[in-house]
Design a protein around this ligand. Structure first.
Ligand SMILES: NC(=O)c1ccc[n+]([C@@H]2O[C@H](COP(=O)([O-])OP(=O)(O)OC[C@H]3O[C@@H](n4cnc5c(N)ncnc54)[C@H](O)[C@@H]3O)[C@@H](O)[C@H]2O)c1
Length: 355
């Protein structure tokens, strides 16, 4: 997948085994979260970090940000294995990359760990608001998913109102919770699921959703299916069971095989809203932490609301070029990277540089 750099970090005394992947730094330093997950093997972790970091390159590019794509994974159980020493060791490895990679939160991480990493490096975002950061980015991510979902509804139904729409949310974690609140306020009819039944039930109780089993979410009769758990859930096994008009979710890499499964959805006339476009609120949020003026929530929300227009633009481009939305989005992102890259031959005195 044409990565620039893959870094293995090991400190057995504190249980740290981490991998950092830097995919592309044409637009700027590689920005992307750290995921802590109980991978079954190193191979599985490598595959995940390679895919996720590539996704970040496209996400930053399509969102108009001056950042490249990177991601890190820590192999371990986020419920039992976390220690201050582990994350400080990780912070030292990040610091060693001297700003080529800037980390943030992802699945399995909280502000507490970001603060531990911050003890050792400044190349970290998503630190608590009390320390000048933006805190947990998931509320902004959810807002972006909501905006992207509305744009998809506009495209499919001619109106972006989600009132009365039957929407299934997979995963009852951070992004899903904030998303469900927006959807409840619009009077959507919600269904939620999680591998931890009590999490799904808690969200259902709060939002008036119906809690369903993890298997049933794929077969429900829905207007919109919103995967907000892990990647790869739209695949050759699940696509034949789906009964929905739109897929618009916050999870990364929702399609198991991007090309093949985007086509399969197109053939079934299911509108797929590219995940990395609509879940970009998180990176947009943390990117404002890196400005000279510091974190700016209002600006983050304003920029995230632009996801609505970006999604409509992608659908239009896909139409005119006879592409799937994912192909269209990838081409638009690559086009921006290429055009910005071609500007590097213009001489610019160092003191005028800005990010
Ligand atoms: N947090 C952010 O700001 C952000 C930004 C961009 C993308 N994302 C992506 O959104 C997704 C969710 O992120 P989050 O921060 O809400 O994570 P989270 O850990 O808070 O929530 C994920 C939830 O999904 C559940 N889950 C896992 N596998 C499942 C399955 N097969 N069926 C049903 N439930 C399942 C987990 O139990 C958990 O409750 C991830 O793919 C993440 O990469 C998050």
């Amino acid at each position: 997948m044409e990565h620039e750099q893959l870094v293995f970090c090991s400190r057995p005394e504190v249980g740290l085994k981490a991998i950092v992947a830097i995919h592309d730094t044409t637009l700027g330093p590689a920005l992307g979260g750290t995921r802590m997950w109980h991978y079954h093997s190193e191979d599985e972790a490598i595959k995940d970090v390679l895919r996720l970091s590539r996704g970040m390159t496209y996400k930053a590019a399509i969102s108009g940000l001056n950042f490249g794509g990177g991601k890190a994974v820590i192999i371990g159980d986020s419920r039992t294995d976390k220690t201050e020493a582990m994350f400080r060791a990780f912070g030292k490895f990040i610091d060693g990359l001297a700003g080529r990679y800037i980390t943030a939160e992802d699945v399995g991480m909280t502000e507490r760990e970001m603060s531990w990493i911050h003890f050792e490096t400044n190349h970290v975002t998503g630190i608590p608001k009390s320390l000048g950061g933006g805190g947990d980015p998931s509320p902004v991510t959810a807002y972006g998913v909501y905006m992207g979902m509305k744009a998809a509804a506009k495209r499919a139904y001619g109106s972006d109102s989600l009132s009365g729409k039957r929407i299934g949310i997979q995963g009852a974690g951070s992004v899903a919770t904030h998303l469900a609140r927006y959807l409840k306020n619009e009077n959507a009819t919600l269904f939620v699921t999680d591998i931890f039944k009590e999490k799904a039930q808690k969200l259902a109780d709060e939002t008036g959703a119906k809690s369903v089993t993890p298997d049933d979410i794929y077969t429900l009769d829905l207007h919109i299916f919103s995967p907000c758990a892990l990647g790869g859930v739209i695949n050759s096994d699940t696509i034949p069971h789906l009964s929905c008009d739109i897929i618009a979710g916050g999870a990364n890499n929702i399609l198991d095989d991007e090309k093949k499964h985007a086509r399969m959805l197109q053939d079934r006339e299911i509108l797929f809203t590219p995940d990395y476009v609509i879940n970009a609120g998180g990176i947009i949020n943390i990117s404002t932490e890196l400005q000279n003026e510091g974190y700016n929530e209002k600006l983050a929300m304003e920029r995230t609301s632009e996801i609505y227009n970006t999604v409509l633009k992608i659908f239009e481009y896909a139409d005119t070029q006879n592409l799937t939305p994912v192909e269209a989005s990838n081409l638009l992102a690559e086009d921006r990277i290429q055009k910005v890259s071609s500007l590097q031959s213009i001489y610019k005195p160092k003191h005028t540089h800005s990010t």
